[in-house]
Design a protein around this ligand. Sequence first.
Ligand SMILES: *Cc1c(COP(=O)(O)O)cnc(C)c1O
Length: 360
Amino acid sequence: MSRVYNFSAGPSMMPEEVMRLAQSEFMDFRGLGSSIIEISHRSKDYVAVAREAEQDLRDLLKVPDNYRVLFMQGGGRGQFAAVPMNLLTGKGKADYITTGNWSEDAWDEAQRYGDVRALKADYVDEDGFVSVRKITDLRDDVDYVYYCSNETVGGVELPEPPEVGNRILVADVSSNFLSRPMDVSRFGLLFAGAQKNVAPAGLTIVIVRDDLVGHAMKCCPSIFDYKILASKESMFNTPPTFCWYMAGLVFKWLKEKGGLEEMEKINIQKADYLYSFLESCPFYRIRVAPAFRSRMNVPFFLRDESLNDRFLAEAKEAGLTSLKGHRVLGGMRASIYNAMPLEGVKALVAFMEKFAASVK
Ligand SMILES: *Cc1c(COP(=O)(O)O)cnc(C)c1O
């Protein structure tokens, strides 16, 4: 069996140790004689798996006790609707800081539910790089301020949450969740689709402060009502049991690796290695200003875009896959989530160096 280095933005690479463990216990889950995917979500064996996953996540992120952790379905886009349906019920107003495709789409969806304003924060600076301005024109009477911590398509990551005073901050952390420590207490709500950095597709993790639970609009479907989900411990309907179990294995793996501080160190190392190569080699072009370069998703372009197909074909032959950029940006994108080892990034850089030399 040969595995490639897979730079997919999501669904994406999973840690090899986790895949092997899941494979080894797939047919007979810890002596049950059944697979984890064959048993009831209400059985004591499954509930134990689910609770342990939640506890491990709480430990990793140091989630304060006054926050609920919800395991939901519907993906990131489900939350684009669930967030306003649950939170846009005080003043009916929210400000959305937009920095790229995902925050723009979230704003677009939220408009169905109230007076929702987009504050465009990304712009092209004097050096031609995408940069992010500080937002100073937030409204005072909003139910929440929304932003995306890492724009997966554009490769724009905010190193710190925006300053919002005492307004409630909501963040889409789908693509940098668990890549670094995060101070949960700065947020009213965080959500992440699992398929980027946590688990197979199908699970969405929502971390929400207690006082924000219980205010959903009448029109909010029960499966999106945080209060119902919280009161049923995320088992109001059948949860994606396999994804939840896989997420639990990833949480254990992260703990074994030394937790999020350690993960952050490795992620910095990986990103620095790739960006410093890209900066040093004029054959390639970077899009984003240094302060906002994502550690997880690295879009880059060949100066001569007519070589794109050849680049992708030769990369694939070298065991480096899914490097094609998102359709709205073109070019290339290397997603280097937690599961991508430093060796994978080194292999990519070695290939890119060789490719550039072969063309010149
Ligand atoms: C992938 C992604 C989404 C959408 O997630 P789905 O689960 O496909 O709905 C939303 N936000 C960000 C930042 C993403 O990377």
